[in-house]
Design a protein around this ligand. Structure first.
Ligand code: F6R
Length: 259
């Protein structure tokens, strides 16, 4: 696991957006795995700026988002479809037919989850998977105790996740109880993973993910099994790492190692 610690949230988002833009230039037809949530807003704003500056094109890329709330149609104000349209797709050259999210309003959500998993596999799996981190250690909506080899399926959201996401809804009780999410096994098939977390609220989860035991109690710890993971943190999210000296020695200031 490559752990890059940047001085603040803005520098961390710069770093992640820079890595994605570089990947789009090197591999324009990359299959991207995308995330939503507050953390990613800064990343997508930077990717839009890079696109406008001619430094990133999505024209040949394909994308699959991690998750969607069960019951929300793509045009619902709080759906992740809507989030992606507003924060990225409508402002870059992504082809509409190449951008995929699960249909939250599918009549049979379990069948929709199976269809989505099959579509990811048919696309050759994810090339670069972008992840945020839940304060409880979730990735996607794989809540604690999720199977570490799970595939796309329906998950019940924890109270803490619904509380954390209530800020996006008019009323806390409007946050759906269920989501369709890529599984941890789906995520682990990605060729490369890039996780971004910032703020003190993520410090416990970041330490458990990087230095804790491999355990379904912290779903993000499953990334310890992956061969190519980059974790980008700000100082606040890195505050509970005990191996901090080592990470600073290998990647001083979050820079790449000089070999
Ligand atoms: C979003 C997702 C979640 C979020 C996580 C962090 O598609 O799958 O795992 O990345 O809940 O959310 P924020 O960034 O709002 O703290």
């Amino acid at each position: 696991m490559r752990v890059l610690i940047l001085p603040d949230a803005a520098a961390a988002a710069d770093r992640v957006a820079g890595l994605i833009a570089a990947r789009l230039r090197a591999d324009p037809a990359v299959v991207l795995g995308l995330a939503t949530g507050g953390t990613m807003e800064a990343v997508y704003a930077r990717l839009i700026a890079a696109h406008r500056a001619g430094q990133a094109s999505f024209a040949q890329a394909t994308s699959f988002n991690l998750d969607e709330y069960v019951g929300l149609a793509p045009d619902h104000a709080c759906s992740y479809w809507r989030y992606m349209r507003e924060h990225l797709f409508s402002q870059v050259d992504m082809r509409a037919e190449a951008a995929h999210l699960p249909r939250g309003d599918a009549p049979d959500p379990e069948a929709e989850a199976d269809r989505y998993e099959a579509a990811i596999a048919a696309a050759g799996d994810i090339g670069l998977q972008l992840l945020g981190l839940g304060a409880n250690g979730h990735i996607g909506f794989n809540e604690p105790t999720s199977s570490l080899s799970s595939l796309t399926r329906i998950k019940t959201l924890t109270r803490s996740t619904r509380d954390a996401n209530a800020r996006f809804f008019d009323r806390a009780e409007d946050v759906p109880r269920l989501a369709i999410t890529m599984g941890i096994g789906t995520i682990l098939r990605a060729r490369e993973v890039l996780l971004l977390a910032y703020g003190a609220g993520k410090a416990d989860a970041a330490a458990a993910m990087i230095e804790g035991a491999l355990s379904a109690a912290c779903p993000a710890s499953a990334l310890q099994l992956h061969r190519k993971v980059t974790v980008v943190l700000d100082e606040a999210a890195a505050a509970k790492l005990t191996l901090r000296d080592y990470f600073d020695c290998v990647h001083p200031g979050g820079r790449d190692a000089e070999i």
